[in-house]
Design a protein around this ligand. Sequence first.
Ligand code: COA
Length: 293
Amino acid sequence: MESVRIRPMAEDDLPGTERASAVTFLEGDRLTRRVSEPEPEPRSAEASRRWIERMRFFLSIDPGGCWVAEDAGDIVGFAISQNRGPIWYLATYGVLPGRQGKGVGSRLLDAALAHADERPGLFSSTVHPGATRRYRLAGFSLYPQMRMVGVVDRSALPKVTGLHEGREEDQEWMDRLDHDLRGAGHGPDHSFMRNTLRLVVSRASGRPGYVYIDQDRGQPALLAAGHPQTAQKLLWEALAASRGPTLVNCITSANHWAVDVGLTARLDIGQEGYLAVRNMAEPAPYLASGHFL
Ligand SMILES: CC(C)(COP(=O)(O)OP(=O)(O)OC[C@H]1O[C@@H](n2cnc3c(N)ncnc32)[C@H](O)[C@@H]1OP(=O)(O)O)[C@@H](O)C(=O)NCCC(=O)NCCS
């Protein structure tokens, strides 16, 4: 254990950290797979490229939250977190399977939490017993999350009106909405997401809302709204964009409006990890994004 060094992440670490992340999460998915689910696939070259771009972005905005564990030149663990004004979030965190259970993860999380400096925070957690133990001991409440999978029954799609393609000018009110729902705007994360995902918004007075849609995978990547009905419209719009199997995740119990949409669309509901939240309420109507929260 002593040979493992915890140090700030550098740009050169991105490829090695991506490889460590791909191995760690593939193994984690294998271990937590239910018998009815397909065997997890290794991360594709395109997904690896996207992962590196996202982490490069985090490193450029708030490098103080990005940490790696290194042993003899190899990356064996990582904790990538970010402060956005008054809140902190953990974008990703892992230790290589063969190196787990030896205290490396605790040291990495301590470094990321020191950067949080007691800020309220949130992130999406796996069910790994070591992870959940550490999170609870660090003062986070764990809200079980649901996820919905399947092919949308297109005959169930309602006619959705009053939504528009999002623009840069929308960001000001989107940050205000974020602030109301989770205590801080996404700030620069909005620019990054707008460049990589489709943004659809509701600008109706008193009924603001937005959803980022991953067009390649046909799934909502982050959704926020002032009212559950607006949230439902936005989720329908995202589901309408899906071609083939889709996935809606990060649904906490305060967000049953999403379950109602999924059931009507004939998606299957299952459970998946927790939303970990410290010193703030569980956001709703809201579907967090795995990396941007
Ligand atoms: C979660 C993870 C990062 C923790 O890293 P690690 O190096 O294994 O963690 P540590 O050895 O520092 O152990 C952390 C705590 O969990 C406990 N723990 C570790 N593995 C455990 C296990 N399999 N079952 C129960 N408790 C466990 C340790 O005892 C320790 O608690 P303690 O300090 O109070 O005794 C690592 O296991 C991992 O990468 N898991 C797969 C990916 C994942 O789930 N990441 C979390 C994403 S939110």
